[in-house]
Design a protein around this ligand. Structure first.
Ligand code: FAD
Ligand code: EPU
Length: 310
């Protein structure tokens, strides 16, 4: 671990392997800026940057990335779930600010205990709030935009406060431009009971019983036009295909898992193979860092060696 030049606003800056920040467990080094307030964030955004959340949707190159990697921490990773009486009505309860760096699973558990409903459909998504909002992460039981009142977003032009009505959001898409950083949100919730919220969480949890338990960045592709990407990849006969130490999961074909020691190149090769073999155009749900590696003819991406169909 190397400590790089200090930040003038007091951000912690360290050169670190990014693999440890991702659920896939892959990714080389970058300069990581841990920012805990808006001044630090503004300084971090002065040079080319990327924003890292829970790392649960990322495939990062083994050589890392050149840009600064910003991680929200301190107060930007804290939550105030007190209901704001001035903004709330009987039907809509509006919370204080919830930081973009807050882990989503803990937030969902806390809301369940308080008997507050609207976001329980997102149970089981291992994201941070900012990343989940940016992707509008969800399941068929609900998505992040079901429970958002206000979003605070840091942009290269400055801080903006918007409402969902200002954005063109949809399935796995918030409409927020890349590298605009969701710093904090206020939640819009409904009064329920801990038991009723838990019941809905159990339904959503049951729907993911068939998903693999190994290191993975979640579903590789979005579901195209109502069809299941997993089913399409399965029907193409690709379940169990392995490149290097990455595997198309036998449990669910839209998941690529790291068997241990997988490289980003292994994962890229499987993504290319899937696109070649499935007859329908598939849109990637993962973020590839850097994106240029996709389809670039990177030597690791040619799936000639080590492909072992089931
Ligand atoms: P990261 O993976 O860190 O980043 C993803 C993208 O979000 C990057 O472009 C990043 O720059 C951007 N980003 C991160 N933080 C911010 C921020 N504060 N402001 C702006 N942009 C930001 N997804 C679903 O939708 N539904 C599921 O059911 C689901 N299940 C999953 C299950 C498993 C086991 C795993 C590993 C993943 C699953 N995912 C699911 C995928 C993933 O959790 C979501 O895509 C999630 O939204 C990623 O959030 P993150 O904080 O981890 O973001
Ligand atoms: N299926 C197959 N073969 C497979 C996988 C699935 O035939 O290998 C079939 C299933 O039998 C089922 C259908 O495809 O009939 C749908 O599968 P599933 O219920 O697993 O849902 P999904 O559409 O594959 C979506 C989300 C998941 C989310 C689950 C649960 C997308 C791309 N995926 O999966 O989200 O957790 O529903 O709600 O929208 C993610 O986005 O990263 C993610 C994991």
């Amino acid at each position: 671990m190397t400590v790089t030049a200090p930040s003038r606003t007091g951000a912690r800056v360290e050169r670190l392997p990014l693999a440890r920040f991702t659920t896939l467990g892959v990714g080389g080094e970058a300069e990581v800026w841990f920012v805990s307030d808006h001044a630090q964030l503004t300084e971090a955004m002065e040079q080319p940057y990327r924003i890292l959340g829970g790392g649960s949707n990322l495939v990062i190159a083994d050589g890392g990335v050149l840009e600064r990697v910003i991680r929200l921490s301190g107060p930007l990773a804290e939550r105030d779930l007190d209901i704001d009486p001035e903004l709330s009505t009987d039907d809509e309860l509006i919370t204080g600010w919830v930081g973009g760096g807050v882990p989503l699973p803990g937030l969902i558990r806390a809301l369940q205990k308080l008997g507050l409903s609207n976001l329980e459909g997102t149970v089981g998504i291992p994201a941070q709030v900012g990343g989940a909002v940016w992707m509008n992460a969800g399941t068929r039981y609900g998505e992040m935009f079901d429970g958002l009142h206000t979003l605070e977003i840091a942009t290269p032009e400055g801080l903006k406060v918007v409402t969902p009505g200002d954005l063109r959001w949809g399935y796995r898409d918030s409409g927020i431009p890349r590298n605009h950083i969701v710093t904090r949100v206020r939640l819009k919730l409904r009064r329920s009971t801990p038991e009723a919220v838990l019941e809905k969480m159990t339904l959503a949890d049951t729907a993911r019983k068939g998903q693999p338990k190994m290191k993975t960045p979640g579903c590789a592709f979005k579901n195209p036009g109502g069809m299941g990407a997993g089913r399409l990849i399965d029907e193409a006969g690709l379940k169990g295909t392995r490149v290097g130490n990455a595997l198309i999961a036998p449990e669910h074909a839209n998941f690529i898992v790291n068997l241990g020691g997988a490289t980003a190149g292994d994962v890229h090769a499987l993504l290319n193979l899937i696109r070649q073999r499935v007859g329908v155009p598939l849109e990637l749900e993962y973020e590839l860092w850097p994106a240029e590696l996709e389809g670039s003819g990177h030597p690791h991406m040619v799936p000639q060696q080590g492909v072992q169909p089931e």
